[in-house]
Each structure stands twice: as structure tokens, then as C-alpha cells.
Design a protein around this ligand. Structure first.
Ligand SMILES: C[S@@+](CC[C@H](N)C(=O)[O-])C[C@H]1O[C@@H](n2cnc3c(N)ncnc32)[C@H](O)[C@@H]1O
Length: 198
């Protein structure tokens, strides 16, 4: 298991990404093609920036990536990438959403790798994670264009199935994704929604 972690860590470093988490998005992209050239992408919880960098490259120079995070940091998309805008703030507040809207009112794809600061209390951490995921779904209902895609991290646990049931009616296709690059002992999984119904 340690070797697998080292493998993704080293691979990320070699490929110029700040975090190994990039492969959790890459695997979904390779299998489901959620990002297309020219897309507008909202990356919630974007620091230190691997997903934004990957998305910016996938959507190319005609696309746009808007990243939001509680933390500051430097994100440098690679050459031939989309335009990129970073907004500092908490996605639970409406003030941040107003600033997102001012940059781009509607998105083709919303991705979220947000995780709460874990406390060691499994139940509390899972509820906090679900709160973030439900907020991402709410934002998707407001800001995702019809036919748009959604990819959101959530911790498995008590109310996980209820959350998937909340996501399902909004999309033409819903999948639960456990990427190979996700630590096997981690309770994180990703809920993928393709084709927003409005
Ligand atoms: C696992 S990291 C994301 C890694 C990123 N996808 C990458 O590939 O570099 C989770 C991020 O979510 C952010 N986050 C957690 N809660 C948030 C909130 N309420 N609003 C905005 N960002 C939040 C954290 O600050 C943290 O940077």
C-alpha cells in the first residue's frame, strides 16, 4: 500500500502537480470524459491546485476554470491551458457565490475535492463532509447548465446512500467512483453525475 502511495506521489511530482489527488480526477476523466474542450469549470476546494491545473489543460485555451478555496496558494496552469481565476473564501457563504457569478454565471462542470478538517470523530467528520457535498449539489442546481457534469468527494458512512439518492434524480447518469489512486483505507469516494436535468 505504501508503494502505491509513493507511486502516485512521485508521479505527481514528476508531472508537475502539487498533489497526488490529481489522479482521482484523471481516472474519472479517462473513464467518463466529464471535461470537454472549451468547458467552463468550477473547482470547489481547489488548493493546492492539481485539479484546477488538470481541468485547465483538459478544457484548453477556449475554456475557463474558476477555483475557490478557504486557503490561499499559487496555482499555475500549464501552457495551452484555460484561463484561470482564483477566489478566496468559504463556499458555504452566499457572498462567495456572488463573486463566482460575477466571473462566470453558469458552468459546464462542477468538481469538488473538498474535505473537512478531520477531528478523529468518524461520525462528525462524515456529517461535515456530507454538509459540504450537499452544498455542492445546491450550487450545481443553481450554477450548472442543463446537461452539465458534477464530480464530488464525499465520505462514506451513515447518510451516504441518502446523499446519492438526492443526487440521482438531477442527472441522466449517476455513478459512485472509488479511484485506484485513493488510499484504500480512506472512506472517501466520489459521486459522479453526468447530464444535469433541468
Ligand atoms: C483535498 S484539498 C483539495 C485538493 C485539490 N483538489 C488538488 O488537487 O490540489 C481540499 C480543499 O478543500 C478546501 N475546503 C474545505 N472546506 C471548504 C469550504 N467550506 N470552502 C472552500 N474551500 C474549502 C480546503 O481548504 C482544502 O484546500
Amino acid at each position: 500500500m505504501k508503494e502505491v502511495q509513493d507511486y502516485y506521489f512521485k508521479k505527481a511530482r514528476k508531472e508537475g502537480y502539487p498533489a497526488r489527488s490529481v489522479y482521482k480526477l484523471e481516472e474519472a476523466q479517462q473513464k467518463h470524459g466529464l471535461l470537454k474542450k472549451g468547458d467552463t469549470v468550477l473547482d470547489l476546494g481547489c488548493q493546492p491546485g492539481s485539479w484546477s491545473m488538470y481541468a485547465a489543460q483538459a478544457v484548453g485555451p477556449q475554456g475557463l476554470v474558476v477555483g475557490v478555496d478557504l486557503n490561499f496558494g499559487q496555482i499555475n496552469p500549464k501552457g495551452h491551458s484555460a484561463r484561470f481565476a482564483f477566489l478566496h473564501g468559504d463556499i458555504m457563504t452566499s457572498e462567495v457565490l456572488e463573486r463566482v457569478r460575477a466571473v462566470c454565471p453558469e458552468f459546464a462542470v462542477i468538481i469538488s475535492d473538498m474535505a473537512p478538517r478531520t477531528t478523529g470523530n468518524k461520525w462528525a467528520d462524515q456529517q461535515h463532509s456530507l454538509g459540504l457535498s450537499r452544498r455542492v449539489l445546491e450550487i450545481a442546481q443553481e450554477m450548472l447548465r442543463p446537461g452539465g457534469n458534477f464530480y464530488c468527494k464525499v465520505f462514506e458512512g451513515e447518510d451516504f446512500k441518502a446523499f446519492v439518492d438526492e443526487v440521482r434524480p438531477h442527472f441522466n447518469l449517476t455513478r459512485i467512483v472509488k479511484p485506484k489512486s485513493s488510499r484504500p483505507e480512506s472512506r472517501e469516494v466520489f459521486v459522479l453525475g453526468m447530464g444535469l436535468r433541468k
